[in-house]
Design a protein around this ligand. Structure first.
Ligand code: FAD
Length: 326
């Protein structure tokens, strides 16, 4: 068998996550410069229907690794069954989502298979007869170009960076189902506890006022709510650190591990513009950002850039706005 590229499907509660198709799109881009067969791997218990969907949608062959009893993700099982598979079917590149799941098992797999591991990829470059991969670093202020010097490479792909066109395959890919036992259960998934709060608000708002770590202290949230109150159909959003600190709820988090939003106006206060945040606001109509750092990455995507301390700018702006409305 010739060289193989694997893409590891991500799924949750019986549904394929969209990143799976982005992995296929990204792998197909790589195939233009690296002649190899692409195969999607899906792992879990009840996976046949999803395997069929991937094969029909993309035209790519799918290998379904059926693990009885594996109803939710377990990184230990993923890395051990993939290690078994690779021992029989060597790969050149393995594509994994740069998500909480992917980041959990990709490095383990790279170590187990003595592969290079390049994470958070946003682009592929081919030059001087060599493939390299790009990712943003320093919160989006610089782009790093990386290539591997090993025969096998594990890559994690940043969600939202590879556009999924209609695959329109001439015919469905094939499906192979292999049953594997996994005895290496040092860890057990205890289930998920869902947040009780309604998370529709920021996805439905016309205007989102979002706060980031630049807010400095929790009391300054008052300024964010005051500004939001000036608009109808508005909501308060947040970058991840604010949710991690418990200042705002996760149902308000914008970004790849939060929500994707598309308001008419997105007002970012004290947010640096990390790629994980920007991915969630690509659909925003008009972006205003307030930041003390003139080189903040958020400004690259903003229609209006305000280089100011938000604690002095927002009170004045709110006051002037109220005056203009009255
Ligand atoms: C797998 C993964 C998933 C992630 N998912 C998400 C996600 O979904 N959403 C998300 O947001 N992040 C996510 N992150 C985190 C992300 O990488 C960044 O760390 C985060 O977005 C940074 O948040 P921030 O911009 O609020 O903070 P910082 O990066 O610390 O930026 C604070 C900004 O405030 C500015 N500032 C400071 N003081 C002031 C002031 N007084 N007035 C005005 N500006 C000021 C600073 O110049 C700076 O630009 C994820 C990370 C990983 C690894």
């Amino acid at each position: 068998m010739g060289p193989i590229i694997f893409a590891i499907a991500e799924h949750f509660e019986g549904k394929i996550r969209p990143i799976t198709y982005e992995l296929v799109a990204c792998a197909q881009e790589l195939q233009q410069h690296h002649s190899a067969k692409l195969m999607v791997i899906i792992i879990g218990d009840d996976i046949e229907t999803m395997a069929l969907e991937i094969a029909q949608t993309t035209g790519t062959d799918v290998l379904a690794l059926h693990i009885p009893g594996l109803n939710s993700y377990n990184g230990e099982v993923y890395s051990s069954v993939l290690e078994q598979l690779i021992a029989q079917t060597p790969f050149t590149y393995m594509f994994i989502a740069h998500t909480t799941q992917g980041m959990d098992f990709a490095p383990v797999l790279a170590v187990k298979t003595d592969s290079a591991c390049i994470t958070g990829i946003e682009g592929i470059i081919f030059g001087n007869n060599r493939l390299s991969f790009t990712r943003t670093v320093f919160n989006g202020k610089a782009v790093a170009k990386m290539s591997s010097s090993t025969d096998t490479t594990v890559l994690t792909i940043q969600p939202g960076m590879f556009t999924v066109q209609d695959f329109n395959p001439d015919e469905s890919g094939g499906i192979e189902i292999r049953s594997l036992a996994s005895n290496t259960r040092l860890t057990h998934s205890m289930g998920l506890v869902r947040s009780r709060t309604d998370n529709q608000t920021i996805t439905e708002a016309d205007v989102i006022i979002s706060a980031g770590r630049g807010l400095g202290k929790k009391e300054n949230l008052d300024l964010i709510y005051q500004l939001a109150d000036l608009f109808s159909k508005s909501a308060v959003g947040a970058s991840r650190p604010l949710c991690d600190m418990g200042w705002l709820g996760y149902q308000q988090q914008v970004g790849i591990t939060g929500l994707t939003v598309s308001p008419n106006l997105y007002f970012a206060c004290g947010i640096s513009g990390a790629i994980q945040h920007l991915t969630g606001i690509r659909g925003a109509g008009f972006i205003v950002a307030v930041n003390t750092d003139p080189n903040a990455a958020i400004f690259n995507m903003s229609d209006v850039c305000i280089v100011e301390d938000l604690t002095s700018f927002l009170p004045v702006f709110i006051e002037e706005f109220k005056n203009a409305l009255s």
